[in-house]
Design a protein around this ligand. Structure first.
Ligand SMILES: [Zn+2]
Length: 61
């Protein structure tokens, strides 16, 4: 199963590679700073019952 995801920083557009695992929960939220522009990004991860992930990256408040 694919657990590595290429995501995009909503501030600078840089590609960010992160690992998410369905064992950690069907709905996960994480805030991490972009390595390039250092802005806080909020990731919202949802796994469906097949283990397919849908991930959104938003600017953290
Ligand atoms: Zn960035």
């Amino acid at each position: 199963m694919e657990t590595t995801f290429d995501l995009q920083c909503p501030f600078c557009g840089e590609t960010i590679v992160l690992d998410f695992y369905p064992e950690d929960g069907k709905h996960q939220e994480m805030i991490t700073d972009c390595e390039v522009c250092c802005q806080p990004i909020q990731f919202d991860v949802r796994f469906d019952r097949d283990g397919e992930a849908s991930i959104t990256a938003e600017r953290a408040q």
